[in-house]
Design a protein around this ligand. Structure first.
Ligand SMILES: Nc1ncnc2c1ncn2[C@@H]1O[C@H](COP(=O)(O)OP(=O)(O)OP(=O)(O)O)[C@@H](O)[C@H]1O
Length: 457
């Protein structure tokens, strides 16, 4: 893929210096004012833009640069804009980042650092594009509503696709918020019963004394207030699928009655002695460990074998390689659309935070966090703070000045490149877009251990 860079700079001297910096490995275009820059953006769709804020007709100020930044991000929000500021322009840098610029660079020009910053922006854009591709491919599954790219979740979906068309009783286990109900619906939707009812009941949410009549129905006069007969959930699922959520919380007394139903396929309404035949496919789910419940005497072993003709173990989000970001990107897109905030994107720090967090509440927790961030984000860029996630830069938030911020980011990027390349200096320097001697200088400067021991650490 051609890497396209647009340099927006009105000073001819700086234009040629910057062109020279990148002419070897990038396709570079230069624009000296807002109109030319926008025309180039539309024509060439550069991935990265370096933007000098001081442009004509206001070369001494920043208004024209900020106006252009806003237009670029509106037209092509995925573009990585690196704002070029003067040494004393900290406020401008902060404002630009807040608006959605991906990074900033302070004059005077240092070829190595500028290359480093620009290459990092390209790398980030490429990673985001890869993630988008994964989201669009869904990569593992065509099951409606389920976003998954990891081999772990893909395997679950493959099993589900095989199991769905049969009438086999299926148990779905997994932590809260992993998508068990979504998968239960998918079992129904992909079965020949799809046109008929999908009746769901949450065994943990209904008081014990009501659960029996909810499930099995009742006859008129069977208890005080039963002024007329009512079908239960099982009967209302006739011809379709019955989903028993949180089956692990079903009271012992009802477990016996459910077992009889599963064996005989007839229901006895409360207050009736006339069994009614019902044709349903049963899918159950629980976040509990059933073997433990059996051991404690809280779940019937014979019922367990009835409901688990096939078991689908849904992995926690943290156990799915790469899925956290793929699901987050997909949620951001759909929630952004729903909430009329399109084209939002995650900052690098948010991406790291999403990948590093353990997501104890799984996808449900992620939905809440992305929803919050969609509301809270200033501009188009979502930070780890908007997501209320611990940022990767968290321990270093109290930087003395921008030089420290830069140094911290630089040393982190170098370490990352070294780890990615297995501590191969030539490869790491290529990844960082700097020469090998420059990398050696930087690892010395930041006292980064490049020995084989470090690779094993
Ligand atoms: N892989 C996924 N892709 C997209 N959305 C998902 C995925 N998994 C779950 N969700 C969404 O996350 C939310 C929680 O999913 P669901 O209710 O199916 O989880 P659960 O495992 O049944 O939770 P609980 O055990 O707490 O009942 C739902 O809004 C669901 O649509």
């Amino acid at each position: 893929m051609t890497r396209r860079l647009l340099i927006v700079e009105d000073d001819p001297g700086l234009q040629s210096q910057m062109r020279w910096c990148f002419s070897e490995n990038l396709e570079v275009t230069v624009a000296s004012d807002r109109d030319t820059a926008l025309a180039t953006l539309r024509r060439d769709e550069p991935t990265v833009i370096t933007l000098d804020l001081g442009l004509p007709p206001d070369p001494g100020g920043s208004a024209e640069g900020f106006a252009l930044l806003a237009e670029i991000l509106k037209l092509a929000p995925a573009t990585k804009v690196i704002v070029v500021t003067g040494r004393e322009d900290k406020e401008h840098a902060v404002k630009a980042i807040g608006m959605g610029a991906s990074d900033f660079y302070q004059k005077p020009l240092d070829a190595d650092i500028l290359r480093f910053v620009v290459n990092r922006a390209f790398r980030l854009a490429e990673l985001e594009q890869e993630n988008q591709c994964l989201v669009h491919q869904g990569n593992g599954t065509n099951i409606k509503g389920i976003v998954a790219a990891s081999p772990q979740m893909t395997a679950v979906c493959r099993t589900l696709e095989k199991v769905a068309p049969t009438d086999i009783t299926t148990l779905i286990t997994g932590e809260t918020g992993t998508g068990k109900e979504l998968l239960a619906r998918a079992v129904h939707d992909l079965s020949p019963r799809a046109k008929n009812a999908f009746a769901a009941i949450n065994c943990a949410a209904i008081p014990e004394n009501l659960l029996e009549s909810e499930l099995f129905g009742f006859e008129k006069g069977s208890f005080t207030g039963a002024t007329q007969a009512k079908k239960g959930k099982i009967e209302s699922a006739d011809g379709g699928t019955l989903f028993l959520d949180e089956i692990g919380d079903m009271p012992m007394a009802l477990q016996a009655k459910l077992l009889r139903f599963l064996q005989e396929r007839v229901v006895d309404r409360v207050g009736s002695v006339k069994p009614i035949p019902v044709d349903v496919r049963v899918v159950c789910a629980t976040h509990r460990t059933i073997s433990q419940l059996i051991e404690n005497g809280d779940f019937r072993e014979d019922l367990y074998y009835r409901i688990s003709e096939i078991t689908l173990d849904v992995p926690a989000l943290r156990e799915r390689d790469g899925d956290a970001l793929v699901v987050a990107q997909s949620l951001l897109k759909s929630l952004g659309k729903q909430m009329d905030r399109p084209n939002l994107f995650f900052s690098e720090d948010a991406i790291n935070a999403i990948n590093n967090y353990s997501w104890p509440g799984n996808v449900r927790e992620m939905i809440n966090k992305v929803k919050r961030a969609t509301i809270m984000a200033d501009g188009k860029r979502i930070t780890s703070e908007d997501l209320e996630l611990p940022g990767s830069d968290q321990p270093e938030v109290n930087h003395l000045n921008l030089r420290q911020v830069r140094e911290y980011a630089e040393s982190k990027a170098i370490l990352q490149a070294l780890r990615t390349s297995g501590f191969n200096m030539a490869q790491a320097s290529r990844l960082l877009g700097i020469t090998r001697p420059t990398l050696y200088n930087l690892t010395d400067k930041y006292k980064i251990d490049t020995s084989a021991n470090a690779a094993e650490a």
